[in-house]
Design a protein around this ligand. Structure first.
Ligand code: SF4
Ligand code: SF4
Length: 82
């Protein structure tokens, strides 16, 4: 199963720069989520072979098929930011 982004506040379009949630009008932290979660558009499609740490490496699961717009079950991020 591929790693995927979490549905937590840090990835939610309702989180404002001052850590306030537009929906609940309270400060929230990165570890929280709720039923109003809405993934930021710029994050929605960021996973494909070109963003995989295994791209063009010896441990790529599908070296003959890896390409932009493709991904497989062992996709893994190149770096973490949280
Ligand atoms: S809407 Fe929910 S998931 Fe989004 S920032 Fe507010 S509390 Fe977090
Ligand atoms: S085929 Fe799979 S392992 Fe290889 S680069 Fe694409 S997502 Fe990563």
């Amino acid at each position: 199963m591929a790693i995927r982004l979490g549905n937590n506040c840090v990835n939610c379009d309702h989180l404002m720069s001052d850590q306030m949630c537009k929906v609940h009008e309270v400060k929230v932290g990165n570890h929280y989520t709720c039923d109003s979660f809405n993934m930021k558009a710029e994050l929605a499609d960021d996973r494909d072979c070109t963003s995989c740490i295994r791209f063009e490496q010896d441990d790529c699961a599908n070296p003959g098929k890896a390409a932009p717009g493709m991904m497989c079950a062992v996709w893994a991020p190149q770096s973490i930011s949280a």
